[in-house]
Design a protein around this ligand. Sequence first.
Ligand code: UDP
Ligand code: MG
Length: 140
Amino acid sequence: MAGNRTFTMIKPEAVASGNAGRILDAIMAGGFKVVALKLTRLSREEAGAFYEVHKERPFYGELVDYMASGPIMAAILEGNDAVASFRVLIGATDPTQAAEGTIRKRFAESKAKNAVHGSDSDENAAIEGAFFFSVREQHA
Ligand code: UDP
Ligand code: MG
């Protein structure tokens, strides 16, 4: 059965451009409940570990530099079939391919600076959420 939690980050360029509030609003309007939330930042080492699965891809170095370049907003979200339905709400990785009205279509600058992260499985949602939030920071 699909789980009811996913993990997201509002990425550095979206926080820097002042869109974090609008993106959070779109997430909540999209039917998700925010159960954990913080403004934080990743070291280069942490960003490298977070995106380790992509380490052989040509964009890895730039991705790691970018994700460590400034504050991010991390959140755990609750909703029906959360991982899959959140990926629908954010749209395709490349905003030029993202459906109208999706968060990436509305707020992403480019395929690399694409405004938000969304977990790709229940297992990774749990790992990513636990990386940023203690149990006491996660609310029902
Ligand atoms: N990315 C990139 N160039 C690419 C593909 C991905 O810079 O050609 C970046 C982009 O920020 C993306 C992240 O790497 O969100 C992780 O890629 P993934 O394929 O997991 O996309 P996502 O799950 O974020 O849609
Ligand atoms: Mg991914």
